[in-house]
Design a protein. Structure first.
Length: 134
């Protein structure tokens, strides 16, 4: 379908007409919009920013954030100044996401009993097979 000469295409940019993207999406995602409006009233956000902070995952209290991502996170647990719950220094709840700064240590210690059990079973099978074939 070719455009006729002199037809003006309806753009979604420029002066805000009924075809502008902000109007064409009106009423969509209302639940998300309401959530962010409520979150923008959270302590540390409604004041307009300032200090960098994160939130306690239990009581949602504001905790000042002081860290350098280039340095490994301290393994020493901290406590929330509001409710006293232990805080993992590698995990922080920010305004609308949870930030995991660094991965936890290796799972080798947790997997060691399984590996040793499997090795023990293999040795038992090998000895049993040797005794049967002897």
């Amino acid at each position: 379908m070719a455009e006729e000469p002199g037809d003006v295409p309806e753009h979604s940019w420029g002066n805000i007409s009924e075809h502008h993207w902000t109007r064409s999406r009106a009423g969509l995602n209302q639940e998300a919009i309401d959530y962010y409006r409520e979150r923008s009233k959270a302590p540390g956000v409604k004041e307009g920013g300032g200090m960098r902070a994160h939130y306690c995952m239990s009581c949602k209290g504001v905790i000042p954030l002081e860290y350098d991502q280039r340095v490994p996170a301290s393994k020493e647990l901290q406590h929330c100044p509001h409710c006293g719950v232990e805080l993992d220094p590698r995990v922080r709840e920010m305004f609308n996401w949870v930030e995991i700064d660094q991965p936890p240590d290796s799972d080798f210690r947790a997997l060691l009993p399984i590996l040793l059990g499997g090795l023990l079973v293999l040795v038992a099978i090998a000895i049993g097979t040797w005794l049967l074939l002897r």
